[in-house]
Design a protein around this ligand. Structure first.
Ligand code: SR1
Ligand code: MG
Length: 429
C-alpha cells in the first residue's frame, strides 16, 4: 500500500497525475479502461490541499495531495508536507479502531505527500447538507462510535504506558499543524491579527469587546494550555462538519491531518460547536419565518444525543475494555472498589464535559472572528441577518467559555441555545 520514497516532491496537476496513477497496477485496474479517458477533476474546497476525483470505466477514487503551503492564503504561508504522513498514520489507526467510519486507504506516497482513497459517493460534506436543512439519521450513532472508540483506545485507559508514549512520539512531529490551531483558535481572535475578519460593520463592537475581555482571555489561555499539554488520546484534531461526509445511511470522517495526542474534549467540542453553529445559522437561511423550526429542533436533539451517546459508549468501553495502566485493577478490588471506580468514571466524564464545553466555545469564536470561517454563516447573504446569527452564537460561546462549569449537563447548553434563538442583539453600524 505504501508507495515508494524515490523521486522528489512535485505538485501533480492533471496530466502528471494521470501518468502517476496509470503506473499503479491496482489503481489502474480499479479505475478500468484507458487512462487517457479517465476524468480528473480538482474539487478541493478546503483550506490546505489539492483533492482530485478520478473516474474511469469501472470505478472512481479520491486523490489528496498536500501542497507545501496553505492553499487558503498562498505560498507566503509555507506548511510542511509531513502532514500527509500524519494524516495517513491517523487514518490507518482510525480504520482499525472504527471500521467503516473512515475512507478506505488505497495507496500512499510519502515523497509526493499523496494519498489515494476510496471515492465517497454519493456522500456530501455534512456542513453543506446542514446548510440545506437536511437531517442525518445515522449521524449520532456513527460519530459517537467514532469518537468513543478512537479516543478510548488511544488513551491510558486502554494502552499500557510504553505503547502510549510511543504513540505520542509518532505524532509529535505534527507540531506545525498544532501551531495553526494554537494561533488561529486560541490566540488571534482575541487580539488584533492581520488575518482576522468578521461581519463588519455589524460585529465591530463585539470584535473590540473580545479584545478587551480579560475573563475571556484567561479562559481561552487555560484552554490553550490544556490543548498544548494534555496528550490524553489521539485526536482527529479538526473534527468539524466539513471533515465529515454523509448520506442518510452512512457517515465517514475524513481529513485527520491535524491529528496529534491532545485533550479529548477538543474533538468532542469541535463536533458540538459545529452543530450549534449550524443551529444558529439556520434562521439566516430561512426564506419564510419559522420554516426550518423542525430542522432546528432536530439540531438541538442531535447536540444532546452526541454528548449523551458519546459518554455512554465511552463509559461502556471503560467498563468492558480497560487494559491500560491507568486505574490499576488491583487498586479497586471487591464491591467497594468497583463502586468507587464507577463514581470516579462519572467524575472523569464530568471533567471531560467541562473541557468539551470550553473547547466548543473556542471553536465557535474562531469561525466568526478568525481567519477561517464556515459556510453555515458565510452563505447567509444578508450581512445583517448573518451578524444576528453570529452574535447569538458568540453570546452562547462566551458563557460556555467563561462559565463552563455552570453548564452541568448538555441540556443546559441546548436550553441556552434555544433561548438565544429569539434574542435580538444590538449590532454596530
Ligand atoms: C490555515 S488553515 C485554517 C483552518 O483550516 C483547517 O480546516 C483548520 O480548521 C484550520 O484551523
Ligand atoms: Mg480539513
Amino acid at each position: 500500500m505504501t508507495g515508494s520514497r524515490t523521486g522528489d516532491y512535485r505538485i501533480l496537476q492533471e496530466a502528471a497525475l494521470r501518468d502517476y496513477l496509470a503506473g499503479l497496477p491496482d489503481i489502474k485496474k480499479l479505475l478500468g479502461g484507458e487512462p487517457a479517458v479517465w476524468s480528473i477533476t480538482e474539487v478541493g474546497d478546503g483550506n490546505l490541499n489539492l483533492v482530485f476525483i478520478v473516474k474511469g470505466a469501472s470505478g472512481g477514487i479520491a486523490v489528496k495531495q498536500a501542497l507545501p503551503y496553505v492553499r487558503l492564503v498562498g505560498e507566503s504561508w509555507p506548511l510542511p508536507l509531513s502532514r500527509a504522513h500524519y494524516e495517513y498514520l491517523a487514518l490507518s489507526r482510525q480504520a482499525r479502531l472504527a471500521p467503516g467510519l473512515v475512507p478506505a486507504l488505497l495507496h500512499h506516497n510519502e515523497t509526493l505527500a499523496l494519498t489515494v482513497m476510496e471515492l465517497l459517493e454519493p456522500h456530501i460534506i455534512m456542513r453543506k447538507g446542514l446548510v440545506a436543512g437536511t437531517r442525518y439519521p445515522r449521524f449520532v450513532d456513527d460519530i459517537t462510535t467514532f469518537m468513543a472508540r478512537t479516543l478510548f483506545f488511544t488513551s491510558d485507559l486502554a494502552l499500557i504506558a510504553a505503547e502510549k508514549k510511543e504513540a505520542i512520539a509518532s505524532f509529535a512531529g505534527n507540531h506545525a499543524l498544532c501551531k495553526i490551531t494554537e494561533d488561529l483558535i486560541f490566540t488571534d481572535p482575541y487580539r488584533i491579527a492581520e488575518q482576522n475578519r468578521w461581519t463588519a460593520p455589524y460585529l465591530d463592537g463585539l470584535a473590540a469587546s473580545l479584545r478587551e475581555d480579560m475573563e475571556l482571555h484567561v479562559a481561552i489561555s487555560r484552554l490553550k494550555l490544556k490543548f498544548m499539554s494534555s496528550p490524553e488520546a489521539l485526536l482527529h484534531g479538526d473534527l468539524h462538519t466539513g471533515s465529515i461526509m454523509v448520506t442518510a445511511s452512512e457517515t465517514r470522517v475524513i481529513d485527520p491531518e491535524f491529528a496529534f495526542f491532545g485533550p479529548m474534549g477538543f474533538d468532542v467540542g469541535a463536533v458540538l460547536a459545529n452543530l450549534l453553529m449550524a443551529y444558529f445559522a439556520s434562521a439566516g437561511h430561512e426564506r419564510a419565518a419559522g420554516e426550518r423550526r423542525e430542522f432546528e429542533t432536530w439540531m438541538l436533539e442531535t447536540v444532546e444525543q452526541v454528548w449523551s451517546e458519546f459518554a455512554r459508549r465511552f463509559l461502556d468501553l471503560w467498563r468492558s475494555e480497560a487494559s491500560g495502566d491507568a486505574y490499576p485493577v488491583s487498586l479497586f478490588a471487591g464491591e467497594k472498589g468497583a463502586m468507587r471506580l464507577e463514581a470516579e468514571r462519572q467524575a472523569y466524564m464530568q471533567r471531560l464535559f467541562i473541557d468539551t464545553v470550553g473547547f466548543a466555545a473556542a471553536k465557535t469564536i474562531r469561525r466568526i472572528f478568525g481567519l477561517a470561517h464556515n459556510i453555515d454563516f458565510e452563505l447567509i447573504e444578508d450581512p445583517r441577518k448573518r451578524a444576528i446569527s453570529e452574535a447569538r452564537a458568540i453570546r452562547l460561546a462566551r458563557g460556555m467559555m467563561v462559565e463552563a462549569a455552570a453548564f452541568r449537563t448538555i441540556a443546559d447548553v441546548t436550553g441556552a441555545a434555544r433561548k438565544l434563538r429569539e434574542w435580538q442583539p444590538e449590532l454596530s453600524g
